[in-house]
Design a protein around this ligand. Structure first.
Ligand code: PRP
Ligand code: ZN
Ligand code: MG
Length: 223
């Protein structure tokens, strides 16, 4: 990796975290040349640029050193950290950011009886978070089959490809629309600032410290 003198932050290109993340960075005094359809946004004042990518790619980009920091859901970060990918163990959550709150939950068909995690024994569970789900099932002592899907997890029970799902719930609207009900919460999530455990020793490290200080001020005012 070539040394860089500008800080690079990865964030979601288009999705629920995009607007609040940009808004938060603006409040921290960072502004970017408008090029929202592009992958790269050049920072105007401070030496901080943005990389707009798929949220699932953010932890990997940080682990590879392509980006210094990322704004990403704790769910995505922890799924990556639980995996065996290069540099996964060195990623850390620098700060929760107070937006994009949701939870990773088990949801079952409305008519299906459910009393406790053990009731999932022997079932097929569709999810985009196989690592987090596997860890939880292990903790609960439940033996179930995990079906990994990139998206549209909520229609799996109707299609008959899975019995229940493990997916993100925010308003609960998606579950209601698919006649599912939430039965167990695996993880409380929100957008977080993610980065390597060790700060870069050059100016980027100073910039990160400055950004963390500004975030502290901005987030405290809001809460
Ligand atoms: C998440 C999740 C659910 C939905 C839940 O998907 O996978 O589908 O949000 O939100 P709700 O409880 O407010 O209905 P998202 O829209 O983020 O997109 P994705 O599945 O394509 O990642
Ligand atoms: Zn995603
Ligand atoms: Mg979805």
């Amino acid at each position: 990796m070539k040394p860089r003198d500008r800080l690079r932050i990865a964030m979601q290109k288009s999705g629920r975290l995009t607007e609040p993340a940009l808004d938060l960075l603006n409040r921290c005094g960072l502004s970017f040349r408008q090029s929202r359809d592009k992958l790269f946004c050049f920072g105007e004042g401070e030496p901080v640029d943005l990389l707009l990518v798929r949220d699932d790619d953010i932890p990997g980009l940080i682990a590879q050193g392509v980006c210094d920091l990322g704004i990403v859901g704790r769910n995505v970060l922890n799924e990556f950290k639980g995996g065996a990918g290069d540099g996964a163990a060195t990623l850390t959550e620098w700060r929760p950011l107070g937006f994009g709150r949701c939870r990773l939950s088990i949801a079952v068909p409305q008519e299906m009886p459910y009393g406790e995690p053990k009731d999932l024994h022997g079932l097929r569970i569709a999810t985009s978070y196989p690592g987090l789900l596997a860890a939880w099932l292990r903790e609960q002592g439940v033996d179930a089959t995990i079906l990994t899907l990139a998206g549209s997890v909520e229609i799996a029970p109707k299609l008959g490809t899975a019995d229940v799902i493990c997916d993100l719930v925010q308003s609960g609207g998606t579950l209601v629309a698919n006649q599912l009900r939430e039965t167990a919460v695996l993880l409380q999530s929100e957008a977080v600032l993610a980065g390597p455990e060790a700060l870069p020793t050059d100016e980027r490290g100073d910039m990160i410290e400055l950004l963390l200080k500004r975030l502290e001020g901005v987030i405290q005012v809001r809460e």
